[in-house]
Write a protein that binds this ligand. Structure first.
Ligand SMILES: [Zn+2]
Ligand SMILES: [Zn+2]
Length: 686
């Protein structure tokens, strides 16, 4: 076989790295289309002819150097053949995506990668390399050979540092290192002249570079250990979004006020004591999150943010606010100010009728400073539990969207709550408690429990197959690739007839209490060294015995928290939760040991809860999240697999499925509470 750099040594057609990825074998310099190399590396059954018509003793495998690279199970092309996503086998690939969860879902054997395979470094023309969920410990300097890369992602790996050679990847546009214990960024990043996506969320970065690539249009560095943002960021005129929440920022550079294209600024969960005076020059700012900081005052210029729609200020030290926030900011829709020692004058000013304002969040102390009759229905009042840096707002569901005649709650937390059932809603995002909208819908009083039951029908696997076929235009594989679906799919939703607005006969849901939790520190409601001590479990233990029945609710990270505390509840309802942080796509940037410990804790708590008879309902889409479902020791009857892909809770909400599900669960607990003799709190293991 003759070495010819321009022709594929397998199919003999031209090689062209600008069209598709190709392997150039070091040593012999034989070249292959990646698809041809994958085919050649395919394990052959004895007696079967090779796909290209060659017998086994000729073709690529006849060159010893080629054969070694093609057939190595450890770092060769065969390894890629086994581990890569399905897409790689379907077309001439330019993208290489190694997701550990995809492999789990498809029932293939996983081999966690600790090193970047040699065969990947031989790929010319590779456009995208994405390694997710593998315990990769380093990126070798040879990464500079992949000069065609436009997108490079390392998500949920164990990388702690990056080589300076990355600066040589001149075509790189997107660079993501997320959910890794990464401690610093290479100085050479500023040489990436085409880079626009600067995405280093959830790592352990202590500082940012002093210089930046010129085209960066988003700074995404949340969940690190940053103390400051360099002044140089002010020179990035294209920046539209700054996400630096859950760090240790003490101040912002004044230059940040020059970023007039910024639409979103998420700075919650830091240690900011003041803001730059000129913040009002951010004329396109729509979303400003400043909650959970140490702010004592806000600059007057904040009143000039004419496009501002959301302003979150809860958990600060604000005694006063610039006058006219709700009247002068004409676009403002949501304003949360709980847990600030606001003066009477400040509260009185806020409740002046605002143009677009839909929600103003107050705590009971703030509300007590004004006449309760003067509070408009869009003011949502609740008790803020002193749970350190967590947002922990307790309120009856009837307060979420107060109807005419419903008085706002006031005074101290009553010794005994009026309602029997508590719903603890763990937020998945650091922005706001996301469950309030749907929970207020649940307690709208418009729908009877019986009617909610009609909205949703669960059925058996036979119908699931039919629905799967309709949605995905293929049969559910009974053996092999889809076996997890079958194993897990005990039930699924089938239809959601639009509910009538008129209330039918039957009992409506009674009022229940809602405790909304939001972990602005992005530490997954968990305590590890170097982060804040939240003590979520201890605090929950104190509040839970006040109720007869307790339901925990959560999506994704919130689902992780709900499962991790399931031993404290009677019912747990989760939607696409993360369960095993050693491989999940989304996780905090903690040490590998902490991630193992947190995942083990979740499993043992779920086991404990099962032995206590806790009722679980685990909703998951028919996609990657199934891999996480497999990692939880729950019996099959707990899973509801929905034949959809994407963000499950949001899809269910849009399909009109979420609220009947919630009504059903809450009604069940209310029935049991009526039957239950006393409040709980006894009989639990310490
Ligand atoms: Zn070829
Ligand atoms: Zn060769």
């Amino acid at each position: 076989m003759e070495a010819c750099a321009n022709r594929c040594s397998s199919c003999n057609f031209n090689l062209n790295a600008s069209k598709w990825a190709q392997v150039l074998v070091p040593g012999c310099l034989h070249g292959y289309h990646l698809s041809c190399a994958l085919q050649a590396s395919e394990p052959r059954r004895p007696g079967v002819e090779a796909p290209n018509g060659n017998a086994d003793d000729s073709g690529p495998r006849s060159c010893a150097t080629c054969a070694e690279l093609l057939l190595s199970e450890v770092d060769g092309v065969r390894m890629l053949y086994k581990e890569c996503s399905e897409e790689l086998h379907r077309r001439d690939p330019t993208d290489l995506e190694l997701f550990r969860t995809v492999e789990i879902k498809q029932g293939r054997e996983t081999s966690p990668l600790r090193e970047l395979p040699r065969s990947i470094l031989c790929l010319q023309g590779l456009r995208c390399l994405d390694i997710t969920g593998h315990p990769l410990v380093r990126v070798p300097p040879e990464i500079r050979l992949l000069t065609s890369l436009k997108r490079l992602c390392f998500v949920s790996t164990e990388i702690t540092e990056l080589p300076e050679e990355l600066g040589e990847l001149q075509n790189l546009q997107q660079f993501v290192v997320s959910c890794c214990p990464l401690r610093c960024l290479p100085e050479s990043l500023c040489k990436l002249v085409r880079l626009w996506d600067f995405y280093f969320d959830g790592n352990q970065l202590r500082e940012l570079p002093e210089q930046y690539p010129p085209l960066v249009n988003g700074l995404k560095v949340s969940g690190n250990l940053l103390r400051q943002i360099p002044e140089a960021v002010g020179g990035l005129q294209d920046i539209k979004c700054i996400r630096a929440y859950a760090n240790k920022l003490e101040a912002l550079p004044d230059s940040i006020c020059q970023l007039t294209n910024v639409g979103e600024m998420s700075l919650q969960g830091n240690r900011l004591q003041h803001l730059p005076q000129q913040i009002g020059s951010l004329q396109n700012l729509q979303y400003l999150s400043l909650h959970d900081n140490l702010l004592r005052t806000l600059p007057e210029s904040i009143l000039e943010l004419s496009e501002l729609r959301w302003l979150y200020l809860y958990n600060n030290h604000l005694q006063d606010l610039p006058r006219g926030l709700t009247t002068r900011l004409q676009q403002l829709e949501r304003l949360l100010v709980e847990t600030n020692p606001l003066s009477e004058a400040a509260v009185a000013d806020l409740i002046q009728s605002g143009g677009s304002l839909r929600v103003l969040g107050l705590d009971t102390e703030q509300a007590s400073r004004v006449d309760p009759d003067s509070l408009p229905p869009w003011v949502s009042v609740g008790w803020m539990l002193p749970w350190y840096r967590l947002y922990a707002k307790l309120q009856p569901a009837s307060q979420l969207k107060r109807r005419q005649g419903v008085e706002p709650v006031r005074g101290h937390l009553p010794a005994t709550p009026e309602n029997d059932v508590l719903v603890v809603a763990f937020a998945a995002s650091q922005a706001e408690p996301e469950w309030l909208g749907v929970l207020s819908q649940v307690y709208s009083g418009d729908v009877s429990v019986a009617e909610a039951e009609l909205q949703i029908s669960m059925d058996d696997m036979g119908k699931f197959s039919g629905l799967f076929r309709a949605l995905h235009e293929r049969e559910l594989q009974e053996d092999g690739s889809d076996e997890d679906l079958e194993r897990l799919a005990s039930t699924c939703w089938l239809s959601a007839p639009p509910h009538s607005s008129s209330r039918q006969n039957g009992e409506a849901l009674q009022d229940f209490d809602v405790l909304t939790l939001c972990d602005t520190g992005a530490q997954w409601y968990t305590d590890v060294s170097e982060r804040e001590q939240l003590e979520v479990e201890r605090r929950l233990r104190e509040i839970v015995p006040r109720y007869k029945r307790v339901i925990l609710l959560g999506v994704s990270m919130g689902g992780f928290a709900a499962l991790s505390n399931s031993h404290l509840a009677h019912s747990v309802l989760v939607f696409g939760p993360q369960t095993d942080l050693t491989l999940s796509h989304l996780r905090p940037g903690f040490s590998p040991e902490d991630l193992v410990r947190m995942s083990d804790n979740l499993r043992s708590r779920v086991q404990q809860a099962l032995s206590q008879g806790v009722h679980f309902q685990y909703h998951v889409g028919a996609e990657d999240h199934l891999a996480y479902a497999r990692r939880v020791p729950l019996p099959r009857s707990c899973f509801v697999v929905h034949p959809v892909e994407g963000r499950i809770a949001r899809l269910l909400e849009r399909a009109g499925i979420l609220w009947p599900l919630l009504i059903r669960s809450i009604a069940r607990e209310q029935r049991l509470a009526r039957g239950a003799s006393g409040r709980c709190g006894s009989g639990w293991n310490g």
